[in-house]
Design a protein around this ligand. Structure first.
Ligand code: FES
Length: 175
């Protein structure tokens, strides 16, 4: 793929919702260069689609008139961008010092066995993804994990089991 000529697959069309398009136009006005607007634009995409489906990085490059390689550089450097569907519940378990000392690895092993997935894997149903992450700034409540916008703290095996059972029920009810 040429760095200078971002291509979007011909049969793929992407568009922001009207509200996101407004936010996109605003951020393009606010950021001093199009390069500095790449990350917030990707964030808007991820907010809309839940991840960055094939063709979206190229679409972003085209809209901002920047080389597609610059878009991929950022996507692959930062761990919060997903080129694969992270599933409905992305379990981000902190593995940094405080959480490690308080038993994060036991939590991770338990989730691995329970869900049958390893680090950075999504289950076959697309419901759960497991990810070990660095410090999330809640060290005083270790061990902890983030799922979506929520923090779950002072985790124990029992607490994790309850959470997973609740999410499974939500999934069954189609919530
Ligand atoms: S070490 Fe886990 S939140 Fe800081």
């Amino acid at each position: 793929m040429s760095e200078e000529s971002p291509q979007v697959p011909a049969d793929t069309e992407f568009a922001f919702t009207a509200e996101r398009e407004e936010r996109y136009q605003e951020l393009v006005r606010r950021y001093p260069t199009n390069f500095s607007a790449i990350m917030p634009t990707l964030w808007l995409c991820q907010e809309q689609w839940g991840w960055l489906p094939a063709g979206v990085p190229e679409w972003v490059a085209q809209r901002l008139d920047v080389p597609v390689a610059r878009v991929y550089e950022l996507i692959t450097f930062y761990t919060m961008y997903y080129l694969e569907n992270p599933g409905r519940y992305n379990l981000q378990v902190c593995r940094n010092v405080s959480c490690h000392l308080m038993g994060a690895q036991k939590i991770v092993s338990h989730l691995r066995d329970k869900l049958g997935i390893s680090h950075n894997q999504t289950d076959a149903e697309g419901q759960f993804r497991l990810e070990e992450v660095e410090c999330l700034g809640a060290c005083g409540f270790a061990p902890m994990m983030q799922v979506g916008k929520h923090y779950y703290e002072n985790l124990t095996i029992e607490k994790v089991d309850q959470l997973v059972a609740g999410w499974r029920q939500e999934g069954e009810r189609g919530e």
